[in-house]
Design a protein around this ligand. Structure first.
Ligand SMILES: Cc1ncc(COP(=O)(O)O)c(C=O)c1O
Length: 434
């Protein structure tokens, strides 16, 4: 295992040069929290352009499930590059698209046959899902949740409700989108936050502004990621399923961040035993290459020829990378590893919580873990600055973390992380927080 070393306090000279050029030529809309300029990566370690070595607790925003540069994934990519880089499934056929569709349809929960549409990103998968549910139901309205993140293209952004900066200056968005509260067990004042949220939909929204018989779909993240790593009680998802069935509404499960084994099951919604009507995947599904997927019950896909497609969606190289990723996840027991390492990380963080008063909550499933920072445990007042400081300090010591929500640190390493690497990362985090 490589040792973490920070030879030159980042940003080092090479990084600084690139950052200057970046400021001059690159549109300033991204959200980089610290000046990491990546040169290369292997497994769970990342090297910057100045030779510093870091441990990756981000997996490039929950993408590199098998670890960076996994041999089998790289092999599948290079073999496909040699054979065929592009031909566009919009107008032609090639085997890897069909094999990927087959594989995802087999993996999706529920007995009904499924059909799959492949695209290039998470936001594109959400856009396609919006078009699937509207076309299938011929209903105009859509319901999503506060704190949700579904992407930044205009349709997806209309569902996203996690930070004002993501919407500021971009209105008007898609009409007919409503939001409901998402159950947050840590912050709820009541006994059953799931029931309260379901009750709000049924007895407030459906009785006032949102006719259920005109609602096409409810879009939900099985665990909210970017919005603050919020894990709802399982009966929230089972309750949503029942509510959808009652009103003929389709349930769309956004597994873009939580899927592909990250929570210990292939799809996070499987923990609740729920079969959605539509699933959106992206991030890890392309093994590091741009790929998104919509997996829908066959009877829901009423699209006709020419109604939706894309030049690059389901590119053959991305499909091969994705197929190899799925094979590695299964063959190397990465879902079991995610569950085991995740439980261990949470246990260690809870021990740390006893010593560190600013940790208000530790939560998550598998390797999708959140650490919430508060100024006062009783009032739960968010401690954004402490959270930001912890992320910066960890970076300076060689640990890559991401923030989410207002005051939460997100831990989402590759699913292949070893106990030794976990120990290395937690050692840094403990140093920073104590
Ligand atoms: C749950 C969820 N949905 C959708 C998206 C959007 O994906 P992309 O950034 O590939 O457009 C993200 C990205 O973070 C996500 O976490």
């Amino acid at each position: 295992m490589p040792t973490l070393h920070i030879r030159t306090t980042p940003p080092g000279p090479r990084a600084r040069t690139l950052l200057r050029r970046c400021e001059r030529y690159v549109a300033p809309s991204a959200t980089q929290a610290y000046p990491l300029v990546v040169d290369h990566a292997a497994g769970c370690h990342v090297w910057d352009v100045d030779g510093n070595c870091y441990l990756d607790f981000t997996a490039g925003i929950a993408v590199s499930a098998t670890g960076h540069g996994h041999k089998q994934v790289v092999g599948a990519i290079t073999a496909q590059v040699d054979r065929l880089i592009h031909f566009s499934f919009a107008d032609f056929y090639y085997p890897s698209y069909v094999r990927m569709a087959e594989r995802l349809a087999e993996l999706a929960p529920g007995r009904e046959p499924k059909q799959v549409f492949l695209c290039n990103s998470g936001a594109e998968a959400i856009e396609a899902a919006i078009k699937v549910v509207r076309h299938a139901t011929r209903r105009p309205y859509i319901l999503a949740f506060y704190n949700a993140f579904h992407g930044r293209t205009l349709g997806a952004l209309s569902l996203t409700a996690s930070k004002p900066v993501q919407r500021r200056g971009f209105a008007p968005l898609l009409p007919g989108v409503f939001h409901a509260p998402y159950p947050d067990p840590h912050r709820s004042r009541g006994d059953d936050p799931a029931e309260e949220c379901l009750d709000h939909i049924e007895n407030v929204l459906f009785r006032t502004v949102l006719p259920p018989e005109e609602t096409a779909a409810i879009f939900v993240e099985p665990i909210q990621g970017e919005g603050g790593l919020i894990v709802p009680p399982d009966h929230f998802l089972t309750g949503l399923r029942r509510l959808c069935d009652r009103h003929g509404i389709l349930l769309v499960d956004d597994e873009i961040q939580a899927g592909m084994g990250r929570t210990g099951k292939f799809f996070a919604i499987e923990h609740a035993g729920v079969a959605p009507d539509v699933i959106c995947l992206a991030k890890a599904v392309g093994g590091g290459l741009p790929l998104g997927a919509v997996i829908a019950r066959k009877r829901v896909v009423s699209w006709e020829r020419g109604s939706h497609t894309s030049t690059f969606g389901g590119n053959p190289v991305a499909c091969e990378a994705g197929l190899a990723t799925i094979e590695v996840i299964e063959k190397e027991g990465l879902m079991r590893n995610a569950a085991e390492q995740g439980a261990y990380i949470q246990k260690r963080l809870r021990q740390l919580q006893q010593r560190c008063r600013s940790i208000g909550d530790v939560r998550g499933r598998g390797l999708m873990i959140g650490v919430e920072f508060v100024r006062n445990r009783r009032t739960k007042e968010p401690a954004e600055r402490q959270r930001d400081h912890a992320v910066q300090e960890a970076f300076r010591r060689g640990l890559l973390l991401l923030a989410c929500g207002r005051n939460v640190i997100r831990i989402s390493p590759p699913l292949s992380i070893t106990r030794e690497e976990v120990g290395q990362g937690l050692g840094v985090l403990e140093e920073v927080l104590s």
